[in-house]
Write a protein that binds this ligand. Structure first.
Ligand code: GLN
Length: 479
């Protein structure tokens, strides 16, 4: 394999800065590789390779002029297709947006442009980010680069697969209930969901606004940190974004030695947990203990209610957010149904034909739980549970600096295995949704393999303490 493909952001940056390599060489290497590789992986829904080459040339010119080089300058990146890049298609892998082009840049894209990032293209996903396997894409499924008969996870499956198969040096994804961390775990890369509010959501297509966050998928923790620093920050266009750095840490951690690591017992005894995945994660925890981490058994007693609460709150918000796709304002439109153009008929037919099965299921569920007679019984209850889950974490973080869990109960499953069993698919989100419900930063990092498939270790830190994830993540990689 071309050596340029194995570089991390950090190592490529050094070589670019010393002119050992050019941005064009780096970009060309990834493009040439991607043209072949993506025939089997199917990570991208759209590529913009000509633009990428031109961007690379422009950056090389800056380097020749001796301009200061940002950490991400000249580094090829892949973007999940629910994040807007002005003038590029943005489909969210839905038929309803199949021909939609973005009229403006998402804030994260504006920031990456300011860092001279090189955009390779848009990656496949579950339609509107609803799913855990990328099989809900309206276009085609993405394959796991580690085993093409398996799913890459989802919903940011294209982003994880692109990084894992060296078709981009990093990617952006979105995470509403695990959509960055779960595919990262399945594909053997690092995935970070930042604290709710740390990264602006302006220009990401809203799924469930109280849960969505944008974050990076990278090869190393160091790279995740570099990308996070570039995209984080308060934004006037997202009222829920906030100034980062409000960390409440009582002590600054510099290594695993002396760190108090909480291991929640509820995360190791769920139904459907693969015994070998559990063993692999337990071994990772023992490794941390051997270098002086203090392992503390903790309890997060409301864990079992996280998935049911999530699958009420999320669809409720989905049903509201997706109302805008009505066949008039955006995309796919059946205007001339029988030549009459009756408004309600336009809505009904555009949405019936434009949305896939899973999206419709969630719109209906969400509409139901918000309806007058059921609101108190379902939606309000779910919100109360959400508070309890948050309180569990508040109490846990009085005793520990960070929490460690498996990212997923199993390794990547086979394509088709769960496609027709939504409940089985939902239940597998058990370890990732609590961090979204509580708004906490969480990161998945590779910690071993079972039968040749990667296993993800999840770190969950207190609010605004991404630094803890990075410090202890890097320390773990060293082990
Ligand atoms: N798998 C979860 C779901 O289907 C998470 C999705 C996400 O984070 N976007 O809702």
């Amino acid at each position: 394999m071309n050596d340029l493909l194995t570089l991390t952001i950090a190592s490529a940056h050094k070589k670019l800065a010393t002119k050992e390599i050019s941005a064009r060489e780096l970009t060309d290497a990834h493009i040439e590789h991607s043209i072949e590789k993506d025939k089997e992986v199917c990570a991208y829904v759209n590529t913009v390779f000509d633009e990428a080459r031109a961007q690379a040339d422009a950056i090389d010119e800056k380097i020749q002029f001796g301009d200061e080089l940002s950490a991400l300058a000249g580094i090829p990146v892949a973007i999940k297709d629910n994040i807007l890049i002005k003038g590029h298609k943005a489909t969210a892998a839905s038929k309803i947006l199949k021909d939609y082009s973005a009229p403006y840049d998402a804030t994260v894209i504006k920031k990456l442009k300011a860092h001279d990032a090189i955009f390779m293209g848009k990656t496949n996903m579950d339609e509107f980010a609803m799913g855990s396997s990328t099989e809900n894409s309206a276009f085609f499924p993405t394959k796991n680069p580690r085993d093409l008969s398996r799913v890459p996870g989802g919903s940011s499956g294209g982003s994880a697969a692109a990084v894992a198969s060296n078709q981009a040096m990093y990617a952006l994804g979105s995470d509403t209930g695990g959509s960055i961390r779960q595919p990262a775990a399945f594909c053997g890369v690092v995935g970070l969901k930042p604290t709710y509010g740390a990264v602006s959501r302006y220009g990401v297509m809203a799924m469930a606004s109280s849960l969505d966050q944008i974050g990076p998928l990278t090869k190393t923790v160091e790279d995740a940190e570099l990308v996070f620093r570039a995209i984080a920050g308060q934004d006037a266009y997202d009222a829920t974004s906030a100034v980062s750095g409000k960390a409440t840490a009582k002590k600054v951690l510099r290594s695993l030695t002396g760190a108090r690591i909480g291991v929640p017992k509820e995360y190791f005894s769920v139904e459907g947990m693969d015994a070998e995945v559990r063993t692999t994660v337990e071994q990772a925890i023992q490794k941390m203990e051997r270098v002086g981490a203090q392992i503390v058994e903790i309890s997060l007693p409301h864990t079992a209610h996280a998935v049911p609460a999530y699958y009420i709150i999320m669809p409720a918000e989905v049903s509201s957010n997706l109302a805008r796709y009505d066949g008039i304002k955006y995309g796919y439109s059946v205007y001339d149904a029988n030549g009459d153009g009756v408004l309600e008929e336009v809505y009904r037919r555009s949405r019936s034909e434009g949305f896939g099965k899973e999206v419709k299921r969630r719109i209906m569920l969400g509409t139901y739980v918000l309806s007058a007679g059921y609101y108190d019984a379902h939606y309000k209850k779910a919100q109360q549970i959400r508070t309890k889950i948050k309180d569990d974490f508040v109490r846990a973080f009085e005793k520990v600096d960070m929490i460690v869990t498996p990212t997923t109960p199993t390794t990547a499953f086979r394509i088709g295995e769960k496609k027709d069993d939504p409940l089985a698919m939902y239940l597998a989100d058990i370890f990732t949704v609590p961090a979204n419900l509580a708004g906490l930063p969480a990161m998945s990092l590779p910690c071993g393999e079972v039968n040749g498939l990667p296993v993800g270790l999840q770190y969950i830190a207190p609010w605004w303490e991404e630094d803890t994830l990075f410090t202890l993540g890097k320390a773990f990689e060293q082990l």
